[in-house]
Design a protein around this ligand. Structure first.
Ligand code: F0G
Length: 429
């Protein structure tokens, strides 16, 4: 059977190791560990790049995440069945109308719409790798804390794998579509009386006690799946790279993962530089932006994060250290945007380009507009904005910010009357 280029249930990649980014301590690949037991530093997966032939990336067959299996953390010769729902292979749209409305040049702006992954968000890329790893490690089940999308994606992959799934969501703070997905796909959904940061603290302890596999982005294997966003962008641009990549930042895993992906392409000599990684947070939840602007390497957690972009309502992002390194080492930027700016950009993207995204995703467009207007972005830069989640994730917000449907009698005259009134109003504008 062929699953996205995997002819057999067999994956061959190269040797890898797990390493602490702070003290360099190494851990055996079969050990279930999320942060360094000595210094509490974040972990990263390291490969021996000398052992990989570029052709295995550039000429790889298939589509989506597993196409890049040569750079995924499964040992050479290991036999396993990837848990996959055909994630990745999302479109990169050239957005000239949006570019023009911002004042940018034609052909300078692209949007990578990760909302078109099977569950409606980029999380699927991390989960296909993370849940496949969970199966390899023979755990009792999987768990996560979530602002919504992580739980939706994990529930789907756990269903596909046939293993128990437990998700902790901050009560009343998760968009409707995401909760519906987690429930529908059979996860045990816990509505926690606290915020996302509380949920993550609790679930980390729970996983230690119960032999459950933690699939938040503190798990380094998840980020390995997400780095394929960088590979796809480069490939879609003919193995060239944009000058800048802009994306929303919440728990700060995705920006770290994508930076790593670009670094790997550069290390392998496939591309010759790395884009300026630019992270956008909401004004009410911006610990990474504050640390960046104050030239600090550590964040100061925000105890009560607040924004309508519920996906990124996070005050204590676990991957902040990695994200700050990604932003600084690539010469990028970090900026915050208001809820009003997010809403305006969500509408603009939907109406100028036909790209429907949830509020957190629109933060990338709002950030671009703000930085461009402020002159922080050079004219002529080639930019890719990443939109991380689909519009239908948060239908309540879409309905709240759009004009309500107009009630009309069921006859032609009444409908024509409304139509002409609408056209007249449009002409007056
Ligand atoms: N955009 C969307 C739509 C998200 O769901 C998230 C994170 C982000 C951006 C931020 O990505 O955390 O890697 O910096 N959502 C997580 C969740 C926290 O639980 O679904 P990040």
């Amino acid at each position: 059977m062929e699953i996205y280029g995997l002819r057999t249930h067999y994956v061959t990649t190269m040797e890898y190791r797990v390493e602490c980014i702070k003290c360099g301590r190494r851990f055996p690949a079969h050990e279930i560990i999320y942060t360094c037991d000595k210094c509490n530093g974040l972990l990263d997966i390291k490969y021996d790049y000398s052992g990989i032939d570029n052709e295995r990336i550039v000429k790889a067959k298939g589509r989506g995440v597993w196409k890049y299996k040569a750079l995924l953390p499964f040992k050479e010769g290991t036999s396993l069945s990837p848990i996959t729902i055909n994630e990745g292979d999302t479109p990169l749209y050239r957005c000239d109308r949006l570019a023009q409305s911002i004042g940018m040049g034609i052909g300078d702006l692209w949007v990578k719409h990760e909302g078109l992954n099977p569950s409606g968000s980029f999380k699927d890329r991390g989960m296909t790798v993370g849940v496949t790893k969970a199966m390899e490690l023979h755990v009792n089940g999987v768990a996560c804390a979530s602002t919504g999308n992580t739980s939706a994606s994990l529930a789907i992959f756990a269903a596909k794998a046939g293993i128990p799934c437990y998700v902790l969501l901050p009560k009343g703070k998760v968009a409707l579509g995401k909760v519906a997905q987690a429930m529908m796909h059979g996860a045990k959904v816990l509505s926690l009386l606290g915020n996302f940061d509380d949920a993550l603290r609790v679930v980390r302890e729970l996983c230690e006690e119960e032999n459950l596999y933690l699939l938040n982005s503190v798990n380094p294997y998840r980020l390995e799946g997400q780095k394929t966003i960088a590979f796809e962008i480069a490939e879609q641009l003919n193995w060239d790279i944009p000058d800048r990549v802009i994306l929303p930042v919440g728990n700060a895993g995705n920006i770290s993962a994508i930076y790593k992906g670009f670094l790997e392409l550069e290390k392998l000599g496939i591309t010759s530089s790395v884009p300026m990684m630019t992270g956008i947070q909401a004004e009410g939840a911006q610990p990474v932006v504050r640390a960046f602007k104050d030239a600090r390497t550590e964040i100061i957690p925000e105890p009560e994060p607040e924004t309508i972009a519920s996906a990124i309502r996070i005050g204590n992002p676990v991957n902040a250290t990695k994200a700050l390194l990604a932003i600084r080492n690539s010469g990028g930027l970090a900026e915050s945007v208001s809820d009003t700016e997010i809403t305006e950009s969500q509408l603009l993207l939907a109406r100028a380009e036909g790209i429907g995204v949830e509020p957190a995703s629109a933060a990338s467009i709002a950030g671009l507009r703000k930085l461009y207007d402020a002159g922080e972005i050079d004219r002529g830069e080639k930019i890719v904005c990443i939109t991380t989640g689909h519009l239908l994730k948060d239908p309540e917000r879409a309905i709240a910010i759009c004009e309500a449907p107009q009630e009309v009698m069921a006859d032609l005259e009444s409908v024509r009357h409304v139509l002409h009134a609408t056209i007249n109003n449009k002409n007056k504008e």
